[in-house]
Design a protein around this ligand. Structure first.
Ligand SMILES: [Fe+2]
Ligand SMILES: [Fe+2]
Length: 167
């Protein structure tokens, strides 16, 4: 298992700089694994997107001496909404997935895992400024940038792969 743009095997605790031990119990949970069934951006699954965000949250929080455990764990659960957002509006009439999914993810995550106040803030406000309430912790500001950056790289990578395949 790898994060986008990294050659570090995240299933190795040494290679991942302790990341694996930090999220192992979450990674093995069947509902977290279920995120593999949904597509997030381009051809990236929601699971892979959450791994990407979780790992870079972890590295950046560690670098700045922030709570890397909260960054990694909430990063893995930040899009834990467990539905296909591409058909969500048609299926439910909810036109505001961008604003509503952090609450859905937090509700699911709270049901299955014990979350700290910091982890809840990271999940609930990762779409800031789309969701208006500002982050309370520095770790939440980290995910605000990491999530958008990973989403962009995943989307652009898919578009480039498609374009090069057409030539
Ligand atoms: Fe999200
Ligand atoms: Fe995300």
């Amino acid at each position: 298992m790898y994060a986008i743009g990294s050659k570090k095997n995240l299933l190795s605790n040494e290679m991942s700089d302790g990341y694996y031990d930090t999220v192992k119990d979450l990674l093995e949970h069947e509902l977290v694994q279920k995120m593999k069934e949904f597509t997030q951006h381009g051809n990236t699954s929601t699971f892979q997107h959450c791994v990407n965000v979780s790992y870079y949250n972890y590295k950046i929080c560690k670098f700045f001496h922030l709570d890397a455990r909260a960054g990694a764990r909430a990063g893995l659960l930040h899009d834990f909404f467990l539905y296909d957002w591409h058909t969500h509006t048609r299926d439910t009439g909810d036109h505001f997935h961008g604003m509503t999914h952090p609450k859905a993810a937090l509700k699911n995550a709270s049901r299955h895992f014990n979350l700290s106040a910091r982890e809840k803030d990271i999940i609930l406000k990762h779409m800031f400024p789309l969701t208006i309430t500002p982050p309370r912790y520095m770790e939440t500001f980290v995910i605000v940038f990491v999530d958008k950056y990973c989403g962009l790289i995943e989307t652009v990578g898919h578009m480039c792969a498609k374009l090069s395949g057409k030539k």
